[in-house]
Design a protein around this ligand. Structure first.
Ligand SMILES: [Zn+2]
Length: 410
């Protein structure tokens, strides 16, 4: 296969993906006005629901503009030889393939960030602000950006350099070593994310003694779940949206509750949320997800190793000299239809797991507090009560609110 056929394949893949997303968004937006199912009548008051519909419409329009912009930009970039331009710039700086690759990806990252920052700024300080979600300040926004950049440079740059070094040293077997490093890194991150990364962005404090803590501990004890670490995170400094999550294994495992969750939900509702999270743990979803993502990474890396030495994959993105970094981008796009499919499967499983965790909470605690907490959380995030089934199938990692409530009330 020659590189110009691959070049047009890349353009076609990007175009089909854009078209499919646009159609899905459109179908979904047509459902905003649908009547609300009777079980969800008490989620919003009429005026709030009207606000939530305006929020969805605003986000829909904003999403249309940004996705069209980024699609046209990617296509233009490919057609007008953007990658070749950056590649020759990087090659002007050094002859070392690792440094060339770091500079190459560095320029792409900085460039796309410069273009996307005004959009995310607008989203946070105009849209989210207008609907009362935003609690972030301009200082915090840019500080977050800066920290994100530093993390990408250190972690992303470090891993990329290591992978290319493996490639130089072991040839196509680089995939096994890369896989090993990524596996260790994901397990490490899973265990220490809360201790190492979260503190860079948020403050976490142990949940203070009181009736809430007692109730959570009593529940955990009843189901034989060792719960030593309950933390409260200051999510409210950025957004009014609430959340709770679970991280780590063994002694490192901890439950993190957003302060917004504690403010909005009553104690039984918070216990129900914990019960749901414990359900994920007990039903082995966390281990399964980690294992599945490791397997998928392994398979992807193995397929990458078959194509990495094929110069056509590099040349397909419009560069004149084949290289590991160019092949990485070419492969990334050519492989994306397959990763879309695995993404669909993972989403499907994730929705199934949500029902299982809900059922676990229902069996070991109670259904009604979970129902009311889900309603409050949906209300707080102005979430969509009437999504299009095709959109749910493609994008939702959680079942729509109405399906979860019907399942809980069964
Ligand atoms: Zn869940």
């Amino acid at each position: 296969m020659n590189s110009s056929i691959l070049f047009y394949t890349i353009i076609t893949i990007l175009s089909i993906q854009f078209l499919l997303e646009t159609i899905l968004d459109y179908l979904n937006s047509k459902r905003y006005q649908d009547p609300v199912p009777s079980e969800l009548n008490d989620v919003f008051e009429a005026s709030e629901y009207e606000k939530s519909q305006r929020y969805k419409k605003t986000n829909y329009k904003f999403g249309m503009i940004t996705s069209t912009f980024s699609f046209l930009l990617s296509i233009g970039f490919l057609i007008f030889g953007g990658f070749e331009w950056i590649d020759s710039m990087a090659r002007g700086i050094s002859e070392n393939p690792i440094i060339i690759a770091l500079v190459f990806f560095g320029i792409i990252m900085i460039g796309s960030d410069l273009l996307s920052t005004p959009l995310s700024y607008y989203h946070t300080f105009v849209i989210e602000e207008k609907f009362g979600f935003n609690k972030s300040t301009r200082k915090l926004f840019f500080l977050d950006k800066l920290k994100g950049w530093l993390m990408t440079i250190i972690l992303g740059g470090g891993i990329l350099a290591l992978v290319i070094w493996f490639f130089q040293w072991a040839g196509t077997s680089f995939w096994i070593y890369t896989w090993g490093v990524i596996a260790l890194f994901s397990i490490f991150m899973n265990m220490f994310y809360s201790k190492l990364i979260v503190p860079l962005f948020n403050k976490q404090t142990p949940l203070e003694d009181g009736t809430l803590k007692e109730k959570l501990e009593t529940y955990a004890k009843n189901v034989g779940f060792e719960l030593k670490n309950i933390f409260v995170i200051d999510g409210s400094k950025r957004s009014t949206k609430a959340n709770a999550y679970f991280s780590g294994f063994g002694k490192q495992k901890r439950v993190t509750l957003y302060d917004t969750l504690i403010n909005d939900l009553d104690e039984d509702e918070i216990v129900a949320v914990l019960a749901h999270e414990v359900g994920h743990y007990k039903r082995k979803h966390i281990i399964f997800n980690l294992f599945a993502s490791l397997m998928l990474t392994g398979i992807t890396l193995f397929i990458l190793s078959i194509f990495i030495n094929n110069p056509q994959v590099s040349l397909a993105i419009g560069v004149s000299q084949p290289s590991f970094h160019a092949a990485l981008i070419g492969f990334g796009i050519l492989y994306s239809p397959i990763s879309e499919i695995t993404g669909l499967i993972m989403n499907y499983l994730s929705r199934k797991f949500e029902y299982e965790a809900d059922n676990y909470a229902k069996d070991t605690f109670a259904a009604m507090p979970l129902v009311s907490s889900l309603k409050k959380l949906s209300k707080n995030s102005l979430s969509n009560l009437t999504p299009h089934p095709a959109y749910v199938f493609m994008h939702y990692s959680h079942p729509p609110l109405i399906s979860r409530i019907r399942n809980l009330k069964e």
